[in-house]
Design a protein around this ligand. Structure first.
Ligand SMILES: CC(C)(COP(=O)(O)OP(=O)(O)OC[C@H]1O[C@@H](n2cnc3c(N)ncnc32)[C@H](O)[C@@H]1OP(=O)(O)O)[C@@H](O)C(=O)NCCC(=O)NCCS
Length: 159
């Protein structure tokens, strides 16, 4: 077990304030790169409620990385069942990943992604997806270094 992997654990309701803070920081990271991701001023309250609901959802896992009592990373992963018409039964999706800036490039992102993938695999997923913004080159490099390859291009146009 790597030092980074040893710090990964499931979040609990006691972590909700700190998980919300990390999730809002991730939102800010995205909003700075793409206005479509901007959050409202009241986002904290709504995010706390949404994250609290996800903590109680058996199809979602919220994992954190803890280092000396401080939360340094957050990953949210879910499993979705495919429509019956498809051969694939279940797929995983990593919906959120954030590592605090001073803790980056120490393997924490990798450890969280591997733990999230293992969680989805245990629930029957044979494949896992992630959506990554084209305007986020570091994350694109991270996911490719973690074995992810292009799957669907989501194109958009401002109206
Ligand atoms: C993307 C992110 C989660 C990576 O976390 P991390 O803990 O720094 O990643 P790791 O240390 O596990 O990196 C694993 C490998 O990914 C690649 N990688 C990570 N960050 C990279 C960067 N900025 N540029 C190029 N490659 C990078 C490298 O191959 C790295 O291995 P190395 O450090 O031995 O070269 C982190 O940069 C982050 O939180 N960014 C802001 C939020 C974000 O973009 N989240 C992803 C949304 S889809």
């Amino acid at each position: 077990l790597s030092a980074a992997a040893a710090g990964v654990r499931p979040a609990s309701h006691r972590d909700l304030d700190r998980v919300t803070e990390l999730w809002i920081a991730l939102g800010g990271h995205h909003a700075a790169r793409e206005p479509a991701f901007a959050l409202r001023a009241s986002a904290d309250t709504l995010a706390r409620r949404m994250l609290g609901a996800r903590l109680g959802d058996p199809d979602t896992a919220i994992l954190v990385h803890e280092d000396a009592g401080a939360l340094t990373g957050l990953l949210i992963v879910r499993v979705d069942r495919a429509p019956e018409i498809q051969v694939e039964r279940c797929r995983g999706e990593i919906t959120d990943l954030y590592v605090r800036e001073p803790a980056r490039r120490r393997g924490i992102g990798r450890a969280l992604a591997e733990a999230g993938a293992a969680w989805a695999r245990e629930r029957g997923a044979a494949r896992i997806e992630v959506r990554v913004a084209a305007a986020n080159p570091a994350a694109n490099a991270f996911w490719r270094a973690s074995g992810f390859a292009p799957f669907v291009d989501v194109l958009h146009r401002h109206l």
